[in-house]
Write a protein that binds this ligand. Structure first.
Ligand code: GLA
Length: 773
């Protein structure tokens, strides 16, 4: 909803309002961002006035506006040179200088929301308001675009700058968003990480000074995700005001927080100014990516829910909106490069038998690729490994009721490849230094049209070569050796990539594209605009995944997380966890499997088959419900996941370490209706006989050695079943004290009512409202 009157502008979503005002200095300022306002009545009371000037601040105009200074009004954009001494959100120059003073010239309400040239633009915006500002001396125009995503409770903002001068205009920094909030003793929540250790939550108090969350490796990066939250003092997961921000962009980004001398917090989000430069000739304009923001009174989860809905509804490609995602098998962790057609077909047989729906052939199927030093760039099937090529494999898969998918890393090339031998000039390099390699590979320079065309044609060729339903698009090294450029190489690289992706998704709307960059090195709203889902991490250890998924779900929905159950002993940490514990975590998102299915014991097969049936039954909830983390391992020994959708919920309960004197555990849920009675039912799990070690001898008729042949044989065929609690309780009970769970294992006895989780174990509980008779 958009209402305006007397230079006040109210932009409202279902539960939030942003009140903007053109002030006496002809600047746009934010007077309020919070709970929804019905209309503009009462709005004047929200406006901050300045009867006298503060300190040594420079006045806008000593004669007329002596009390007003840009140093302390809550401007929606900031440039240096006219008395605003906070970090500028825009930095530009032409040969006449660097001082630009843009003054308001009018606004426009667009009937249809516009597309940002060359950049992904979320769809489904209800209204777009564009405020224009003119710099009459330097001859330039600034436009601030606000897009209202009403039902999703999100406001998008981006900036457009146009040069109206014969003299070229150089942009050095162009933040997409600036917002000033009154200090509420904010806690900042960011997501940092590294390979196999993505999306850790960091919480810190915002202090005076400036804090930057930024990436420099060419991509949004696994180091510092562009998403962040600001919690008012006292805000928890479920209560209190929280503000969230993100950027629809996949390259270097910068989020800046500056708590200034007057205790205003100035927030900026945008492309990183690191080596950023855009030169605009007369008449040319530049548009930034869109930044998005939301706020809620219902704590961090409230903001998360807004963003989860926004991504599902407005970011991922429309053909995939609400569309169930298949259960995938991926051969990477099982075989790595070591496979042939026979091995793959054997895996397909097992996958199909277990109920898996799509088989993904990962790295190593093309060119001379038998390890990671060869073949990238040569996208023809290796017929020695796969006689008959991809088409024959797809046929084998389809014959068994499986769809077929493929891995590619289209932006990369190995020195040992036909592509590199033919086009060494296509790699990113500065022509002065020997280019650095990462994983033995170079990056193709997607800022070049001919390289974009090659990548597009190569991917298209593969997609047309067989009935391929799924493409995992990898990107396994960051950028280096940036070429000299009159423009911003990093930005142009991204435009090149987006252009290729635009062409491909338009041509192959039914192919499910999965984003991957060594796991989550490019997990952002830009990539999600083309890829409905994303491989989060090369770390498939379930305890690690619990942490990674809770980080991701703060800003992104379940449907975007591709989670695979891998072998019991994780490749990454060599930690052993049961298949069921792995499933308990992987079920929160898009489920897949990534272990050698031919090595499964008869019991393992039964376990996986049961998991798949359970997941299929609750798929909509697992992929499209609203997720909340009710407790997290970063704060203690337990983690609690909740997903709700209509009258249903799925709860995950996890423990880090088993305790000899366990506390009473209650089953808690936050997102239920208070007066509705819910039936809850625990998913029964398999408990390996081996878990009991030599204690088995207390019940065994013959002596059993802890690691002996007999124990291993028995454990492959027989197990113990976990307790299975079930009952009914009101939503209010779940959300306050919780429902009693069975006594936990405490080393003194065991029967079918004892809850034995073990280290890193978990359980799932399905809840459904009881229908009134
Ligand atoms: C990256 C991906 C993995 C796998 C390998 C293949 O590491 O994240 O999932 O595809 O590449 O080389």
């Amino acid at each position: 909803m958009f209402i305006t009157e007397n230079n006040l502008f109210l932009l409202s979503t279902a539960t939030t309002s942003l009140l903007l005002r053109v002030n006496e200095a002809k600047k746009l300022v934010c007077e309020y961002y919070g709970a929804r306002l019905k209309d503009l009545q009462g709005a004047p009371a929200l406006v901050r006035n300045f009867p006298v000037g503060q300190g040594t601040s420079l006045a806008v105009d000593e004669g007329q506006l002596s009390a007003l200074s840009p140093d302390y009004f809550k401007s929606e954009f900031a440039l240096a040179g006219k008395g605003d001494y906070n970090a500028p959100s825009l930095v530009m120059e032409n040969e006449d200088g660097t001082v630009f003073d843009f003054l308001y010239s009018g606004y426009e309400l667009l009937k249809e929301t516009s597309l940002i040239r060359g950049l992904p633009t979320p769809h489904g915006g209800k209204e777009e308001v564009v405020f224009s500002f003119v710099e009459s001396v330097m001859k330039a125009t600034l436009r601030l675009h606000y897009v209202i995503y009403e039902e999703q409770d999100v406001i998008g903002r981006y900036v457009e700058i146009e040069n109206d001068n014969e003299k070229p205009l150089t942009l050095h920094k162009a933040a997409s968003l600036q917002l000033a909030l009154v200090n509420e003793d904010f806690t900042l929540v960011t997501l940092y990480g590294s390979w196999a250790n993505e999306l850790n939550q960091e919480r810190q108090l915002v202090r005076h000074g400036r804090f930057l969350n930024e990436s420099f490796n060419g991509f949004s990066s696994n180091r510092h995700n562009p998403f962040f939250l600001l919690d008012s003092k006292g805000t928890t997961a479920t209560d209190g005001r929280s503000y969230g921000f993100n950027l629809v962009y996949s390259g270097n980004h910068q989020e800046s927080l500056e708590l200034d001398a007057f205790s205003l917090l100035r927030i900026q989000c945008g492309v990183s100014p690191f080596l950023f430069r855009k030169i605009l000739a007369k008449g040319a304009s530049f548009s930034t990516p869109m930044a998005v923001m939301s706020t809620s009174k219902d704590g961090e989860n409230g903001v998360s829910h807004h963003f989860q809905r926004f991504v599902n509804d407005c970011v991922i490609p429309l053909p995939w909106r609400g569309k169930p995602r298949p259960i995938v098998y991926n051969n990477w962790e099982a075989t790595m490069f070591n496979f042939d057609k026979g091995k793959l077909v054997a895996l397909m047989k097992e996958a199909s038998d277990l109920g898996i729906e799509l088989f993904v052939l990962d790295d190593g199927w093309f060119g001379s690729r038998n390890d990671d030093s060869h073949g990238l760039g040569d996208w023809q099937a290796n017929l020695k490994k796969i006689p008959g090529g991809l088409a024959s494999l797809a046929k084998e898969a389809n014959k068994r009721g499986l769809q077929f998918g493929i891995w590619m890393e289209p932006e990369m090339v190995n020195e040992e490849s036909d592509l590199y031998r033919a086009h060494p000039e296509w790699i990113v390099h500065d022509a002065l230094h020997t280019p650095s390699k990462g994983r033995h590979q170079f990056t193709l320079d997607l800022s070049k049209i001919e390289v974009q065309d090659y990548v597009y044609t190569a991917v298209k060729g593969v997609l047309l070569s067989a009935p391929i339903a799924f493409l995992k698009w990898d990107c396994n090294r960051p950028l280096s050796d940036f070429p000299a450029s009159s423009s911003s190489f990093f930005f142009d690289y991204m435009l090149g990539l987006y252009s290729v992706l635009n062409r491909l998704i338009a041509e192959f709307p039914n192919v499910l594209f999965e984003n991957c960059a060594s796991g989550g090195n490019r997990f952002d709203l830009g990539m999600l605009s083309y890829f409905p889902q994303s491989w989060q991490s090369d770390d498939t250890d379930s305890f690690e995944r619990n942490r990674i998924q809770s980080g991701a779900l703060l800003g992104y929905p379940l449907s975007t997380l591709s989670n695979h159950v891998s072998a019991k002993t994780s490749n990454q940490l060599l930690r052993s966890t049961s298949l069921d514990s792995k499933f308990d975590v992987a079920a929160f998102g898009v489920l897949g499997y990534e272990l050698d299915l031919n090595d499964l014991s008869p019991l393992d097969r039964e376990i996986i088959r049961a998991q798949i049936l359970y997941y299929k039954e609750h798929r909509t909830l697992c992929q499209f419900g609203s997720f909340s983390a009710l407790a997290s391992f970063s704060e203690g020994n337990e983690a609690r996941f909740e997903v709700t959708l209509g009258k249903e919920a799925l709860l995950g309960y996890y423990e880090k370490l088993q305790c000899p004197a366990p506390k009473e555990t209650r089953l808690i849920a936050a997102g239920l209706e208070s007066d509705v009675l819910y039936h809850f039912c625990e998913r029964q799990e398999s408990i390996s006989l081996k878990k009991f070690g030599h204690l088995l001898n207390l019940v065994a008729p013959v002596h059993l050695k802890e690691d002996g042949f007999l124990v291993n044989f028995l454990a492959a065929h027989r197990d113990m079943k976990s307790e299975q609690s079930e009952g009914e309780a009101y939503g209010s009970a779940f959300s306050s004290v919780g429902v009693a769970l069975p006594q936990e294992w405490s080393g003194t006895g065991y029967n079918d009512q004892v809850r034995l989780l073990g280290d890193f174990g978990g359980r799932l509980y399905y809840l459904k409202a009881v229908e009134k008779a």
